[in-house]
Design a protein around this ligand. Structure first.
Ligand code: ADP
Ligand code: TRP
Length: 335
């Protein structure tokens, strides 16, 4: 489906990934990588500083996210795996794109509006704590995308608008100079990717504090799994599996026959909450066991990861250099 397309996606290194991120975004991205003609995955470290200033935390999170993608099976030799900050042309392109970005787009951008809404809910002034990096976030994101001649950006629903802004900005530049200086990107949303519920039944999310962590000690994962909300009905009482959060999470991870086994056990009153939590824990540990080993290896041998990222940047950078050269040549000619 994507044989001759360039697919690009960026990940913010903000917070330890949880199993919702891993099964809902990281693994599907790695799968998609193998279907594309060119697949770019970058760590959005300049975006991250809008949200995280503590250098120690920031560096740890960059390291963790890089190792997680390698643990999930991303092949850094085959694909373009790099850090945004290793490609300075992206920032130069951003400066040019600012001149074509209507300020009104930024006012309406999803990331900015979400931050404003949060302030208003908390009774704070509209722009409290909002920096210009966050405000202009979609223009840097447009440069991330347009610099690499991207065809397709796989996104979650909240990011659709940002890709549309990138497309609009590219269209404005092309229309003004009457040539195709920038490729217009499209987005795809992964319809078949499940949204994992968290241990309280809402979407698993760092901001809800309801996550089951990835790659932690077994004890930590067990504690989260066993905190999943259940009720006080006895085991013998037949239950509708879809009402039970442990089952809802299990359904996203376990093979179909195992899922059916749990469903039948609940319907027939043969499995209690302790049993199904143990089954969920086993599945999580089983499905993350190999990846955890790779993750631990790379965390302990980060030099190899750094090398892979630097290599990725040196292979991806010429795309951004060509895009910037096209823009500068058109704007400034041979002056
Ligand atoms: P969080 O909600 O924990 O802050 P992010 O917003 O950082 O997570 O999401 C990072 C990526 O993981 C996004 O691509 C998002 O779509 C995906 N993701 C986050 N939570 C889930 C979930 N519960 N189920 C599936 N995918 C998820
Ligand atoms: N905005 C994305 C997020 O919050 C991360 C991101 C930055 C990105 N630049 C991108 C995603 C370019 C896709 C393409 O998750």
């Amino acid at each position: 489906m994507f044989e001759n397309k360039c697919i690009l996606t960026g990940v913010k290194p903000t917070g330890k990934p949880h199993i919702g991120n891993y099964f809902g975004a990281i693994l599907p991205a790695v799968k998609m990588a193998n279907e594309a003609a060119r697949f770019n995955l970058f760590i959005a470290d300049y975006h991250a500083i809008n949200f995280m200033k503590d250098a120690e935390v920031l560096q740890r999170e960059i390291k963790e996210i890089a190792c997680i993608y390698l643990a999930a099976g991303l092949d850094p030799k085959k694909h373009y795996f790099y850090r945004q900050s290793d490609i300075p042309e992206i920032n130069e392109i951003t400066t040019i794109l600012y001149a074509f970005t209507p300020k009104g787009f930024m006012n309406k951008s999803h990331a900015y509006k979400a931050a404003v809404d949060k302030n208003l809910e908390a009774g704070k002034p509209t722009d409290d704590g909002i920096n210009m990096g966050l405000y202009t976030y979609p223009t840097l994101m447009a440069a991330d995308i347009l610099s690499m001649d991207t065809d397709i950006v796989p996104v979650g629903k909240d990011q659709i608008q940002h890709v549309e802004i990138a497309r609009d900005i590219a269209g404005a530049v092309n229309a003004y100079y009457d040539k195709e200086l920038l490729k217009l990107p499209d987005y795809v949303t992964a319809a078949d990717v499940a949204v994992l519920p968290g241990i309280d039944g809402r979407k698993m999310s760092k901001s809800y504090n309801n996550v089951i962590p990835m790659f932690e000690d077994e004890k930590v994962i067990k504690k989260a799994v066993y905190s999943t909300v259940t009720d006080s009905r006895p085991m013998e009482e037949p239950k509708d599996p879809d009402e039970i959060i442990v089952y809802q999470i299990y359904k996203c991870l376990a093979p179909a026959d195992k899922v059916e086994e749990m469903a039948a056990g609940l319907r027939e009153g043969k499995l209690g909450y302790g049993h199904i939590k143990a089954m969920l824990l086993d599945t999580i540990l089983e499905q993350t066991k190999d990846a955890k080993q790779v993750y631990d290896y790379y965390m302990a041998h980060y030099d190899e990861v750094r090398g892979a990222l630097e290599d990725g940047a040196s292979r991806a950078r010429p795309f951004a250099q060509r895009t910037l050269a096209r823009l500068k040549e058109t704007l400034f000619g041979n002056l």
